[in-house]
Design a protein around this ligand. Sequence first.
Ligand code: FES
Length: 102
Amino acid sequence: MVEWVKVCKKDEIGQGEMYSFDHDDKMVLIANCNGKFYATDRICTHAEADLSTGFLNETNVTCPLHLSIFNLQDGKPQNLPAEKPLKTFNVKIEQNEIYIEV
Ligand code: FES
């Protein structure tokens, strides 16, 4: 079943920052890219590194382990060694709170 889950207040994630959020068995990465928020799986599809310890640049996150770059808008890897996309989650903002659809 699809549901919207509250993550945190919008101003808790500054521009260019990433935030880790866990819900049930999901490990989610939320990123503030120039004021727009994206949510994806937090675990790299290559060898399970935690992307929240990687590097955010515009709408891309670079895996800290083998440096694959993922586009946070569609989850797709931009370079090897990762080949599989990250799962992405819809994001909405209501009354200064961030929600993701899980
Ligand atoms: S673990 Fe992320 S690229 Fe290898």
